[in-house]
Design a protein. Structure first.
Length: 265
């Protein structure tokens, strides 16, 4: 595999933020496999504009490490309508949050590896997740634990951040989010499948929550709670209904219709 020369400078900012490095991005390559499995290596500047990475398979699978609590697995994405791989629990959490983000229109795992030369040696890094946004831009994501990124990842992140910035993409070193947020979104994720869609209840839900009110009051008014609660949770996952997710969910949590949905009805 041919690598190209790149000079690296810059630093990782506080927390998990990443500042773009001073990098000759024209010398960074993208390695990926097309949907037929054929490997390619082209300039990153070219690939970012021309390649539909969300349709590409993983550049390489995640290893199974025995003794770990969470093994590699698959997440069914309501955004993409297909399975997306993950390699760890922190990665699965970030994948779940991206899946609910209304700005995201497609998700995939490790579709591209960036390669460059640093200090006379070849270096490569495959960001763990990639999201395609509504405006067409891409977002590359690496997931880190509570201790933050390793020194090795921090060094590579500077180059990835610069490469992403050069093509108008974003790059994120994602640390553990608020545990209350994670618990709430995990609950709603259980209702993300279209089989829980509001369907016949959508107009009634929009009317019932036209003004903010406790969820249980509206559910009791609408009829059989066993039929209606799943529709409410799916609408909350889909951002058709709104609720504060930084506070624990409960039956009397205040729910409202989103402005665009409410005005449409």
């Amino acid at each position: 595999m041919e690598h190209r020369e790149v000079g690296v400078a810059g630093e990782v900012t506080g927390g998990c933020g990443v500042s773009a490095a001073t990098v000759d991005v024209s010398r960074v390559d993208a390695c990926f496999r097309d949907p037929l499995g054929q490997r390619h290596q082209v300039s990153w500047l070219e690939a970012a504009q021309d390649v539909v990475f969300e349709d590409c398979p993983m550049t390489r699978p995640f290893p199974v490490r025995y003794g770990r609590r969470v093994a590699p697995g698959w997440w069914w994405s309501s955004t993409s309508g297909r399975l997306v791989a993950y390699g760890s629990g922190v990665m699965r959490t970030q994948l779940m949050l991206l899946d609910r983000d209304p700005a995201v229109v497609a998700l995939t795992c490790r579709p591209v590896e960036l390669v460059w030369r640093e200090g006379g040696r070849g270096v490569g890094h495959a960001p763990q997740l990639m999201a395609r946004l509504k405006d067409g831009r891409g977002l590359l994501v690496d997931c880190v634990g509570r201790s933050g990124p390793s020194a090795r990842l921090a060094e590579r992140a500077r180059v990835v951040a610069a490469a992403a910035e050069a093509v108008g993409w974003g790059y994120r070193l994602a640390g553990p989010p608020d545990p209350v947020l994670v618990a709430n979104v995990r609950w709603l994720a259980g209702y993300r499948h279209p089989r829980h869609s509001a369907g016949q209840w959508i107009s009634a839900l929009m009317a019932a929550f036209g003004s903010p009110r406790p969820a249980v009051e509206a559910v009791r008014e609408l009829g059989d709670p066993i039929a209606i609660w799943p529709a409410v949770f799916h609408a909350l996952w889909s951002d058709v209904l709104r609720v504060r997710l930084d506070e624990p969910l409960h039956e009397r949590v205040i729910v409202s219709a989103t402005r665009q949905e409410a005005s449409a009805t």
